[in-house]
Structures are given as C-alpha cells and as structure tokens.
Design a protein around this ligand. Structure first.
Ligand code: KE4
Length: 427
C-alpha cells in the first residue's frame, strides 16, 4: 500500500471523505489522490517523492507557478510583524486600489476569504439593491457552495451527478432559476415572464466548471442588455477567469462591463482571498457604509494582502499574458494532434491559459448538457494514464486546466510526449 493510500485511509477517519474539498478525493476518476508534500514552479511532489507537472495549479491561483519567490518573499516580509490584526491596514487599501486599477468596473472592492464568500455577498447586495428575491444562474456553473448557488451547480457537485445538495431548503432553491449556458433565448423568455422579480444574473463569463466552455458570440452582450432592460444586476463571477484569461479578466477579454464582479484564487497567490466589487452606488450599500451586512474575521489579513500585492506585480509584467497564451496554445494544439493521430474523438477548448478537453464526438460543447454527453470513462483513463506519466490534470471532466508562467516549452513538450503515449492506450 502506498503512503498516500495509508494517509488517505487515516484522513477518512477524521475528515469527511478524507479531504477538505470534495473534488480532491478523486471520486469521479477513481483511485487514491496523491498526498502532496511540496510544490515549486510547475511541479508538485507527493509524499513518496513522485513529481508531477501540475496543470491544476491549486484550481487556478498558481498562475505564476508554485512558491513563486516574490510571493514567498512578500509573505516572509510581513509574517513576523503579525498574521492578523482584525483592524484596518494600509496594504488593504493598496490591494483594493490595484484590483480596481486592473478591473476598472470594480469602482469599490471588499476583500473576503474565498470565492464563495464573494459570490454569496454579491448576491445579497444585488437582492438588497433591487429589492427582488430571484436570481438566475446557469446549469453547470459553479459559484461556490452558498445555499442559493448550489442549485444545478457544476464542479464537484456536477462531478458527483448530484447538482442539488441536500440541506438546501425548497424555498431557497425556488428563488434560484437556471437556464442552459449560452441559451440567450431561454434567458429572454424567462425575463419576459419574471424579469421584474429577478435581482441578478450571475454568470461565469467563461464556464470553467463544466469543463472549459466558452460563451457564444453575443451571449454575454445579450445578458448585459437584458439586465439593463429589466433593472437586474449583472454579476460576473470571475473567481476563476479573473487575472487568468487576461490581466483584466474575461470582462476585459470580451469587453463587457458587469455591475458587480467576484474574484478569488489568483488574487491571493494561494492564500485565502476573495473579493467582490463593482459600481460605487451598489458597493456603498455594504456595511458599515450601508445596511447590507457582510463581515469576516480574517478578511484582508496582512499575509493575504502581501501575497496578493506580490501577485498583482507579477501579473503586471510586460508580455505575461502573451507568453502564457503562446505556451498554452502549444500545449493544447500538441495534445489535440496526438489524440487526432490515433483517432480519439475529442474537443479541446481554451481561453488564454485556461483550457478544457472533452472526450466527445460533438463539434461544439456549449452547455452542461453537451458536456455531460462526454465519454467520462475515456476521460478517467486519460486522467490516470497521464498521472502515471507524471502529469497532474484536474481529476474531473467538469473542471478546467491551467498553465502557469513556470511551465516552459521543455515541460510542455514533455507533457505532449506523455499524451502521445497515453493516447495509444485509449484506442
Ligand atoms: P472558493 O469558495 O472555492 O474559493 O471559490 C468558489 C468558486 C466560485 N466561483 C467559481 C467560478 C469557482 O470556480 C469557484 C471554485 N472553483 C473550484 C474549482 N472548480 C474550486 C475547487 C474546489 O472546490 O476544491
């Protein structure tokens, strides 16, 4: 029995499923998750010293690679001065200013501790500002595990095929409507019936929790117009796409201005940070400047803001995104070529350094229904084949992959060579 297996058995005795976040348990792909000891750059190493090229990057935060020296240095520079004060600090101002400078639609910013807190708070604000109860999300999109958002969610929830979680009241679920992603007509029909009751649309501008599904031309613009017509709030959940697909996130990539944006992952460089922000007239309604309550003991703590400021500096380097784009293109084109060479039906998707791979005959995957028709068994064989070749991919068909600035051409070509070996076993 491997050390990871021993640790997994021990973990299951004291932690539900042996993990602190479900998708880590490898339930959908099967097998035992390697317990990780350390990580640096593009490499993670498990407790037995096996190293893997990492394309999960802690589910997005590690866009500059693991243990980036500037992030480590920033944390070290503050950690001995205290880890949390529960009081305002200057670094919180700087980080909020930096976020607003890079994402101008975020005229004001509130730091929280996770993406879930960010989306939960943004929805509360949207409901308060519009005095409406209903929210619209999209099937398969995942916005964290707040009750009202765990309805036909993606990511881990979709992976387990139980998109609705027990413990959510019928009333809560009632106030959450879903449409198929990319189906603007369905949204228009819904709004023509209930538009005056809908507080907000919350959308992943690129759906990264269905696998990686791109918005169809006109979809995001259409949501913007509908929200304008009906006085609803447009929330871009950029927890995954923010600072990922472009410096200014998907909203800059597609040139759409949401009313509120939620962030997470990259802004903390791996430390627990989330944020929400947007129009000043909305954000000023957040306590204590306004009546909408939201709070957090560790929000904006000095370690998180130091790491976040270091990340903002790293991603602001010239050509940072252009280089990532080129390298991810090399990777995804290379993998697709080796799968095509052996005749494996698949569809690769990508925006910047965020990418997906569906084992499907479909020529397009536009929504959760399309994605759920993928050959999950084939995906699972691909996943384990690549893991055995030292390549660590997201352990679910309903997740996206991420490349970092630490992945160089040599590493990418090694991954493609591994893919070529594994592709032959999939025939
Ligand atoms: P967190 O609460 O996990 O920080 O963020 C929730 C969240 C919100 N919005 C989007 C678009 C997200 O992708 C996420 C979290 N992403 C998942 C990966 N699909 C995190 C991995 C996990 O759940 O362990």
């Amino acid at each position: 029995m491997s050390l990871s297996q021993k640790l997994f058995d021990k973990a299951k005795e004291i932690i539900p499923g042996g993990v602190n976040s479900p998708v880590r348990a490898f339930k959908s792909v099967g097998g035992t998750p390697p317990f990780i000891r350390e990580a640096e750059g593009a490499t993670i190493t498990d407790v037995e010293g096996n190293s893997y090229t990492d394309y999960v990057g802690s589910w997005g935060p590690m866009i500059a690679g693991h243990s980036h020296p500037h992030v480590v240095k920033a944390i070290k520079s503050v950690v001995e001065k205290g880890t949390s004060f529960g009081a305002p600090t200057h670094a919180e101002i700087y980080l909020a200013q930096k976020i607003s400078e890079i994402v101008p639609s975020m005229e004001m910013v509130r730091l929280v501790n996770s993406g879930t807190e960010a989306t939960m708070s943004a929805l509360r604000l949207a409901r308060a500002a519009t005095k409406r109860d209903i929210i619209l999300k999209f099937e398969g999109c995942y916005h964290g595990h707040a009750d009202s958002l765990l309805v036909k969610a993606g990511s881990g929830a979709a992976t387990f095929g139980v998109p609705d979680s027990p413990g959510i009241t019928a009333k809560t679920a009632e106030d959450t409507l879903n449409c198929p992603y990319n189906d603007l007509e369905a949204v228009e029909n819904l709004f023509s019936q209930k538009g005056s009751e809908i507080a907000a649309i919350i959308v992943e501008p690129i759906a990264g929790n269905i696998g990686c599904v791109l918005p169809k031309d006109g979809f995001l613009e259409g949501l913007r117009k509908i929200c304008d017509n009906y006085g609803s709030i447009l929330i871009f959940d950029e927890v995954m796409t923010g600072f990922r697909v472009a410096r200014g996130g998907a909203q800059s990539y597609y040139n759409i201005k949401p009313d509120l944006t939620t962030l997470g992952k990259i802004i903390g460089g791996g430390l627990p940070v989330g944020a929400y922000g947007g129009r000043r007239d909305l954000m000023e309604q957040i306590s204590p400047s306004g009546p909408v309550y939201q709070a957090g003991t560790l929000s904006g703590n000095p370690l998180a803001t130091a790491a976040g400021l270091a990340m903002m500096k790293i991603i602001s380097a010239p050509n940072f995104y252009e280089d990532l784009d080129k390298k991810t293109q090399r990777l995804t084109v290379g993998i697709s070529a080796v799968l095509s060479r052996v005749g494996i039906p698949h569809l690769g998707t990508r925006v910047g350094s965020m990418f997906g791979l569906f084992f499907t005959d479909l020529s397009v995957v536009e929504n959760f229904d399309h994605a759920s028709k993928s050959n999950i068994n084939q995906f699972n064989r691909w996943f384990h084949g690549m893991l055995n070749e030292g390549v660590y991919l997201a352990p679910s068909q309903y997740e996206s992959g991420f490349l970092s600035s630490a992945h160089n051409e040599e590493i990418i070509d090694e991954t493609i060579a591994a893919a070529s070996k594994v592709a032959n076993t999939l025939k």
